[in-house]
Design a protein around this ligand. Structure first.
Ligand SMILES: Cc1cc2nc3c(=O)[nH]c(=O)nc-3n(C[C@H](O)[C@H](O)[C@H](O)COP(=O)(O)O)c2cc1C
Length: 139
C-alpha cells in the first residue's frame, strides 16, 4: 500500500495529491490519500512507499503549524523508504530542494525530483502529478 499524505491551505496541493494517486492506481498499485491532520506519524511510516505533498509556505518552507512538526517526527523513520515529494507554490518554488536534501540526509530514497506546480495544477501539471505517481509505484 502506498500512502499519499498532504497539507494544503487552498486546495492546490490537495488536487495534486489526488492526481498523484491516480497515477499510482494507473500503475496497478493500491493507494490511500490522507490529509496530514488525519494520519499519525506511525501510520505514515507504515506505508510501503510514501508520496508527501506540502505547499510552499513561510519563506520557502514547509507549512509550520501542522506539516513541519509531522514531517520532523517522520524523518527519523524514513531510512530505506521510497518517496516522492510535491507541492504547489506561488512565487518562489525552491522549498522542495531543501526538503529533498533533508529526506536524503535521513536515508530516504527519492524516486524523482520534487514536483513543484505553480498555483492550481493545469492539464500539464495534472499529467506531471500522474507521472510522479506512476514513477513511485514502479520504483
Ligand atoms: C502564508 C503564506 C506563505 C507563503 N509563502 C510562499 C513562499 O515562500 N514561496 C512561494 O512560492 N509561495 C508561497 N505562498 C504561496 C502558496 O505556496 C501558493 O498559494 C500555493 O498555491 C498554495 O497551495 P495550496 O492551495 O496547496 O495551499 C505562500 C502562501 C501563504 C498563504
Amino acid at each position: 500500500m502506498i500512502g499519499v499524505i498532504f497539507w494544503s491551505g487552498t486546495g492546490n496541493t490537495e488536487k495534486m495529491a489526488y492526481e498523484v494517486a491516480e497515477g499510482i492506481k494507473a500503475a496497478g498499485q493500491e493507494v490511500e490519500v490522507k490529509s496530514v491532520s488525519e494520519v499519525s506519524v506511525d501510520d505514515a511510516a507504515a506505508y510501503e512507499k510514501l508520496a508527501l505533498g506540502c505547499a510552499d509556505m513561510g519563506a520557502e518552507e514547509l507549512e509550520d503549524g501542522e506539516f513541519e512538526p509531522f514531517y520532523a517526527e517522520l524523518e527519523s523513520k524514513l531510512g530505506g523508504k521510497k518517496l516522492a515529494i510535491f507541492g504547489s507554490y506561488g512565487w518562489g518554488g525552491t522549498w522542495l530542494e531543501d526538503w529533498g536534501t533533508r529526506i536524503k540526509d535521513a536515508g530516504g530514497e527519492l524516486v524523482a525530483d520534487g514536483l513543484a506546480v505553480l498555483g492550481e495544477p493545469d492539464d500539464d501539471g495534472i499529467a506531471q502529478c500522474q507521472e510522479l505517481g506512476k514513477t513511485l509505484a514502479n520504483a
